[in-house]
Design a binder for this molecule. Structure first.
Ligand code: SAH
Ligand code: SF4
Length: 384
């Protein structure tokens, strides 16, 4: 028989309270339950010691506490860990943890959709036909699986935990699934539960201008913009969304982003594409474009996939590009290419061929073969 019980994960505080009231419990019970779900990470109602036996039984009859199904876990020698997750409709997503330089802390990369409705020409996700929004449970559940894996329940009071940051940089355009992303991130930020501060959460967007203000006001998270070009001509070719929201409009929305300041800079992601956007003149144009904005950069060597039409820039050209930005006072780390394999793969490994490629890489990483190409500190630079 199919289990028709409702999953409590992913409900907002208000909705959880409403569910408790609906089964005849007092609203404050929702607070105790929230703590069990998101601070203790408890999945079995009968282990929830702060909840009465009668209520435990009632919860068990009506509800479940469910994570996305863990299909596979992969670890590398440097502490990077990936989880292949399955959803009830057969779809899959990947979640990746990338440790910081000191390996004390690190970032969990999360997907917002299966596939993406946008068709950026350099992005493998954009080639996937089937697209659906992930639910709040599937979004926050990705982080919870990661925390299960590291055994970081309950949330430590002193904030001393390895999984310290979140980036919405996996598969999908988070602004096109904003309500679900917002519900999930509010759960992740809630101090009585998972407790990741908004200062440690970054949302990456291709530039969905009308949603940016709301994102800043409602969530107050750090913003990353996938920029990738300094002229409308090239950006429209790479990212069709630029035809709708061209650079001038996008830059104005960045200037208006609530909460951006010198201590909370907007990250501009810039994929390095050979002969297309990687000249010294492009770097100078980039500086003009972001003039007056609290900005930092993240230079991403293009990560090719079967059938992709681009080549990655030469290392010397990437370095020159980075130097120009840094000489003008901006942080402009280069994401390590091996790392970009893993990071770009975050949520993008739905097809079997890609998945096999990834497992080969992971095996090599596990054997230490790719160690020198994949130093943890380069990863950290790229994310922080
Ligand atoms: N849709 C959002 C977030 C997901 S993409 C966005 O576009 O920002 C996360 C990052 O991976 C983006 O900066 C995207 O441009 C980059 N990316 C996509 N395909 C890539 C590739 N083949 N090589 C390197 N980076 C890639
Ligand atoms: Fe979608 Fe982002 Fe990929 Fe563009 S880069 S297709 S917006 S996931």
């Amino acid at each position: 028989m199919t289990d028709t019980r409702k999953n409590l994960i992913g409900l907002s505080r208000e909705d959880l309270t409403a569910e408790m009231v609906a089964i005849g419990e007092k609203p404050y019970r929702a607070k105790q339950l929230w703590h069990q779900l998101y601070n203790r990470g408890e999945t079995d109602f009968f282990n929830m010691t702060t909840i009465s036996k009668v209520m435990q039984q009632r919860l068990h009859e009506q509800f479940v506490v469910e994570r996305p199904r863990l299909e596979r876990e992969m670890s590398s020698v440097d502490g990077t860990r990936k989880w292949l997750l399955g959803f009830p409709d057969g779809n899959e997503a990947e979640t990746v943890f990338i440790p910081d330089m000191d390996e004390e802390r690190g970032t969990v990369c999360i997907s917002s959709q299966v596939g993406c409705t946008l068709t950026c020409t350099f992005c493998h996700t954009g080639t996937q036909l089937l697209v659906r929004n992930l639910t709040p449970a599937e979004i926050v559940g990705q982080f919870m699986v990661a925390r299960d894996s590291y055994g970081e329940w309950p949330t430590p009071d002193d904030g001393g935990r390895k999984l310290s940051n979140i980036v919405m940089m996996g598969m999908g355009e988070p602004m096109f699934n904003f309500d679900n992303v917002a519900t999930a991130l509010k759960i992740a930020m809630d101090g009585d539960g998972i407790g990741i501060s908004k200062r440690r959460i970054t949302l990456s967007t291709s530039g969905v201008v009308p949603m940016m203000k709301r994102c800043g006001e409602e969530l107050g998270v750090n913003l990353a913009i996938s920029l990738h070009a300094v002229t409308d001509e090239l950006r429209s070719e790479l990212m069709p969304i630029n035809k709708k929201y061209p650079l001038k409009v996008l830059m104005q929305a960045c200037r208006d982003y609530p909460g951006a300041s010198n201590s909370r800079r907007i990250t501009f992601e810039y994929i390095m594409l050979k002969g297309l956007n990687d000249s010294a003149a492009d770097a100078k144009k980039l500086l003009q474009l972001i003039r007056g904005l609290p900005a930092k950069f993240n230079l991403i060597p293009f990560n090719p996939w079967p059938g992709s039409a681009y080549e990655c820039s030469a290392p010397a050209d990437i370095r020159r590009f980075s130097d120009i930005l840094q000489d003008n006072g901006y942080s402009a780390p280069i994401r390590a290419s091996r790392g970009s394999d893993i990071l770009a793969a975050c949520g993008q490994l739905r097809s079997e061929s890609q998945r096999q490629k990834c497992s080969r890489l992971t095996e090599r990483l596990a054997q230490g073969i790719d160690d020198e190409h994949f130093p943890a500190q380069r990863q950290q630079q790229a994310i922080s």
